[in-house]
Write a protein that binds this ligand. Structure first.
Ligand code: FES
Length: 105
């Protein structure tokens, strides 16, 4: 069952920035694309790299390890030849805190 879970990402994350956000054992990559927050799985489907340590190029989040990239709005791979997809989560800012809708853990 999913619920809104408070994560430790800064609510004032600047456009173009990405961070690893944690809630219990769960990790997300929280990104600011053009002033809007997005949350995706932190785990790269290639070899488990931390996507939150990567970088954004527009809506595309690049893994820091081998360059796979994903559109954080959809979770789809950024390149046609690249396999894999990442999970996308709803995210909101409320009372100055960042919340992600995910399975309670
Ligand atoms: S672990 Fe992400 S591209 Fe290899």
């Amino acid at each position: 069952m999913s619920a809104w879970i408070k994560v430790d990402a800064p609510a004032d994350l600047a456009p173009g920035e990405v961070v690893i956000a944690r809630a219990g054992y769960q990790e997300f990559a929280v990104c600011n694309v053009d002033g809007r927050l997005h949350a995706v799985s932190n785990r790269c489907p290639h070899q488990g790299g931390d996507l939150g340590d990567g970088f954004l190029e527009g809506p595309c989040l690049h893994c820091p390890l081998h360059g796979w990239a994903f559109d954080v709005r959809t979770g789809e791979p950024a390149y046609a030849a690249q396999p894999g997809k990442i999970k996308v989560y709803k995210v909101k800012v409320e009372d100055g805190l960042v919340w992600v809708e995910a399975e309670e853990g």
